[in-house]
Design a binder for this molecule. Structure first.
Ligand SMILES: [Zn+2]
Length: 278
């Protein structure tokens, strides 16, 4: 386990083709650091998402024999936001510039490790939302209005090339799933989660948020660390509802089991990865 010089950012290297980032679950709130005061800045944490990330890493390791890379922002969001550009992340506190740089260098290092060992892989930026509908929001950088279009319209408009899974949409091992099918087709992450009893959008049953429904479609990390601009790793932002998913240790463990089951299939079907020896 490594941390930056201040101890605010943590990186636990792994050997799985999976990188998990927990940018909004920090608890440290040093008195010497000013609160972020940027206009419009969100300073509310995503409750228990650091714990959820650690549980997910452990579950995935036990089930597959390979440990996901883990990057944790330990600072409370009122001090530092691990899913924003430099200015908004630090709120102008220059002493945090090095932590921001280290955070993204750690993710880059994890991605390089995946690329060396497994060639292809996935970054999950793990969050929690407080929207009224109890479902996961899977963010691929495509907005709610765009998702409401038909698959044919999305395909005709080249939507997947503007997504955080642009590369996987072109090269998934399951040829039938290439393109828009990767979003809400039978082997999309939303479909695999539904098979485990977890409702998600987009998915076959919830292909898009309806007009007026709140939806997070991905943020800074999903843009920067996915395959929008190429590279070896795709990215999906997973925004979790609270109740039954991250509100208690037992529910976090249960959700981690379900998500791991879905991810194992996802890695097999789309990346051709079935375990440490493959
Ligand atoms: Zn968040």
């Amino acid at each position: 386990m490594y941390t930056d010089a201040s101890g605010f950012i943590e990186y636990v290297p792994g050997d799985a083709p999976l990188v998990i980032v927990a940018p909004h679950g920090g608890t440290l709130s040093p008195a010497g650091l000013p609160d972020r005061s940027c206009a419009g800045c969100t300073t509310v944490n995503d409750l228990n998402t650091q714990e959820l990330a650690r549980t997910l890493v452990e579950e995935f390791r036990q089930r597959t024999g390979a440990r996901p890379h883990l990057i944790v922002n330990r600072l409370h969001r009122r001090k530092f936001d691990g899913n924003r550009d430099l200015a908004e992340a630090t709120g102008g506190t220059a002493t945090l510039n090095a932590s921001w740089t280290w955070l993204h260098a750690a993710i880059d290092s994890a991605k390089a490790g995946v690329a060396r060992r497994s060639t292809r892989g996935l970054v999950i930026d793990l969050h929690g939302h407080a929207h009224p509908i109890a479902r996961l929001e899977l963010g691929y950088l495509l907005g709610d209005a765009e998702l409401r279009a038909t698959d044919a319209t999305l395909a005709a408009g080249g939507a997947m090339s503007r997504s955080s899974v642009a590369r996987l949409a072109a090269d998934t091992r399951t040829v039938d799933d290439r393109g828009v099918t990767l979003l809400r087709g039978p082997r999309s992450l939303g479909a695999l989660l539904a098979a485990e009893g977890i409702r998600s959008v987009p998915s076959p049953t919830d292909p898009a948020p309806l007009v007026g429904e709140e939806y997070f479609n991905g943020g800074y990390n999903t843009q920067r660390h996915g395959s929008l601009a190429g590279g070896s790793l795709d990215a999906i932002q997973i925004e979790c509802h609270l109740t039954g998913v991250r509100d208690s240790e037992g529910n976090r463990a249960q959700f981690a089991r379900a998500l791991t089951t879905a991810l194992r299939t996802y890695f097999t079907v789309h990346y051709g990865w079935t375990g440490p020896s493959s």
